[in-house]
Design a binder for this molecule. Sequence first.
Ligand code: AHR
Length: 658
Amino acid sequence: MNFKKIAALLLMTAAMQTQAQNNSTLVVKANQVKAEIKPTMWGVFFEDINLGADGGIYAELVKNRSFEFIKPLMGWKVLGKPKTEGDFLVINRNDENTNNPRFLRVTLHNNTSHTIGLSNEGFRGMGVKKDLRYDFSAMVRKKSGDVKLVLELVNSKDAVIGTTEVNIPATGSDWKKITASFNSTATEMKAKLNIWIEGDGELDVDMISLFPADTWKGRPGGMRADMVQMLADMKPGFIRFPGGCIVEGFDLARRYQWKKTIGPIEERQLIINRWNTEFANRQAPDYFQTFGLGFFEYFQLAEDIGASPLPILNCGMACQFNSAEVAPLNQLDPYIQDALDLIEFANGDVTSTWGKVRAGMGHPQPFNLKMMGIGNENWGPQYVERLQLFRKAIKAKYPDFKIVSSSGTDPDGGRFDYLNGELRKMNADFIDEHYYRKPEWFLSNAARYDNYERGTTKVFAGEYAAHVNWDTPGIRRNNWFSAIAEAAFMTGLERNADVVEMASYAPLFAHTDGWQWAPDLIWANNLTSYGSPNYQVQKMFSLNKGTHVVPLLQDNKALEGADSLYATACLDKNTGELVLKLVNVSAKTITKDVTAEGVKKLAPLAKQFVLASAPGNVNSFAEPMAVAPVESTIAIKNKKISLQLQPYSFTVIRIKMQ
Ligand code: AHR
């Protein structure tokens, strides 16, 4: 044989081998459990960013209800013309009430209908629905005179779409809460609330509030039901709150302090939201944290949706990108005490100091808190030395309590390597890893955890999202390509469930007229919300979580991108099912047979859920389910499953084992 012929033969053999490899059958070894999948595996990350809480899930419609924004009348407009200078006064009683110092004093001079009043613009408008009840309340003080409020919901053209009147009782020198309810006669995305003030005398007013009646579980002053439902539908294993960088604050004074977020809402001291002016191109100077959604409500939300609570607390360091302030080590006690007290607030007996506070808020039963994060994206030796002090105090009192520690801002590089080393040396319970990267990074990192150290320290993939068009911010970043890249990566998380015990996409919510950071999992306007394709991926993983990982192999190797295919398999011991997850990131249909080993029999029919779309496709308010799973059944013969994996698809198959 001459050289040319040998070369041709070699090429042919190589080509045949490639083909054979491409066509090779996948094997699932159902009796070889590799790892347990914790019930916490897939969760959600909540932060008050993008109008996530105020103006988002917290259903309050009045912005700046207690006049505490930097500009006291931000969000408000005076209606009509005051007769004399000083008819509207913002009074600051800081010495008497440091948490809620400002209120408004209105002086009336026999004002008749529609001569003087106030209008609130809401958070980028108020979303109101036809025939729905709206509950108004305010704190008032009136020493003398007859005063009446005429409330009007008006649409974007100032036409009245709902009205009622409230007579203000004489209150003497005390404050009294007044309430009134009325229906909206129309659905409107950008309504406003007008409050006309009629009569004579002097009225003090504060905490002006308007809530829809259709809050989650009908709770007065509660959360937007549509947005909570989106979370409940995911059946998340945990909910991390309240962030994010919001925990760190721009500086220590503006850090998140949970104790200031509980108790009567009029006593919760608001602060500037740190995302307020963080990005020059996405300014939101009217973005504050009123803490109407505070730690008690977060715990309640976790309980409602069946998720384990995962609060994150400040570690004595403010955002290192901003002020980089640190509390000196010898002044860390109040921070550590906050952590210890939070455990007591969540779990303590009703006779304990903080357990009693929880019970007083209406929840005598414990919230069953088992873990807590100390620090968000903090780094450096300053973080390690502070974390150690927290750990010592918490473990001394609650030895089984798990602590989540930070690995900084990036999943690699010097800061990450340093922290990863230090935290593993101290046998950290969880290391929180964050990756905001291009989709290509997710595709090439599906094997990231295959060779990770297996030991006591577990990974919490606490914030991740694939960012397409890195340099062009916008919601089209939430396209199917980003979602499918995340799905591919998540197969690697599931395969390594003995290393990665929790994972959450970030951020969670974004208001379409008020976001600072994109992409995001769920988009909302003033009336509705929809899940991005990335939401559909998260939901499909979470609803098909399974309990134990088993090998799914091609040529004895895990599927981590060979032939554009990523896959994982698990058992669901609760339902007796075998669950396969396969991601085809190519433009072609992939035909594959899967044979099951280590199982006696498979049911003849399996359930199949397919998410498939063109890479650039997105969901939107107009087409919220453009990218959504399609359910079908698939036949199984002799423990063999013949798969047609659509181009750019994520497929889940659930098969009863018999
Ligand atoms: O998710 C948005 C931000 O990203 C978080 O607040 C922060 O932890 C990360 O930098």
